[in-house]
Ligand binder design. Sequence first.
Ligand code: CS2
Ligand code: MG
Length: 410
Amino acid sequence: MRIVNAEVVVTSPGRNFVTLEITTEDGVRGYGDGTLNGRELAVASYLTDHVVPLLVGRDAHQIEDTWQYLHRGAYWRRGPVTMAAIAAVDVALWDIKAQVAGLPLYQLLGGASRTGIRAYGHASGRDLPELFDSIRAHLDEGYKSIRIQSAVPGLGTIYGIGAGTTTGGTGRYDYEPARRHPVPTEEVWDTRAYLRHLPTVFEAVRNEFGPELPLLHDVHHRLTPIQAAKLGRSLEPYDLFWMEDCTPAENQESLRLVRHHTTTPLAIGEVFNSVVDYQTLIREQLIDYVRSAVTHTGGISPMRKLFDYAALYQVKSGIHGPTDISPVGMAAGLHLDLAIHNFGIQEFMPHSAETYQVFPHAYTFTDGYLHPGETPGLGVTLDREAAAAFPYEPAYLPVNRLRDGTMHDW
Ligand code: CS2
Ligand code: MG
């Protein structure tokens, strides 16, 4: 089934997205997400200038060979731009294969291993009353697990604090980290203030909402290994579902120090691009959840291998699902979530109405559980006309500096 066309569509309904549309000689269209927040045009160019010319004429059924062709054939392997581009191709081809088979994609991945996909939502607050309101609003939306992010007294804007934390009935709060600004905005960080404040927030949340509600927190790469060990230990009384990205994990061995000092479960990997990035972390049981997104890890083909490797060590999935993963990328993750055995949890930050107008989709969120739907293929399409109404706008993620001006991890 020859590929006769492949096009890259860049659109910005509320935020920027990069989507690859592949068309076969039989008129079947498949979609793949190549969105890399704040670097979108790099992936669009990689696809348009270097990959699309290689796709036309290929057999759309040869997914694994195409993956290897783009991965090994590039000579320059891995990295966020390359892997987002390859992911867009891989997912579009899986979408096509499932459409041709007349089955929802999860059926090609081994069928359903559960009836629904447990999701977690993002609650945050500039103070406790606002945080409690945000938690209640998410519980009202049906979420059964909640990520907690809090402002830190004495610091201005920090990661994860939504401008408007009440959902207003959409299950979404308007926190979009990438700002439409000619240069990145700068935030100020103080680790000691954060380490003093966060345990008091979790104590208050447990006192207010009780011991059962699964609570998650994203440290967002900001601590040294010993600081992460200290935080993990100080949060143990509050029984977190996970503490995420507690320290930059390029140095995988640094997690040995964290693991040595705390039993708080650890989730890592949203900035990783391949199974290689996890090798020591998984083999030495240094993490409990794999946070990769399909879009940033080369697609469904390598993600299946990653989850199979993780399963050997009882490590579970925790697929990354913020709004900078498009509905196409979200759907790809949901099909995997439904099929794999070692499923843990799925992040779900709903998109805006504008985004859903551009990306009609079959997946649903009901009473705290997601489902990819039963539509053949991925179950998401791209409305080209609607997409054209939202042209690309430059946007950057913020950067972070310590009080003395030193660059720090955002
Ligand atoms: C975050 C992301 O959802 C998360 O866990 O770490 O929101 C992250 O900040 C963005 O994806 C960056 O683009
Ligand atoms: Mg994160």
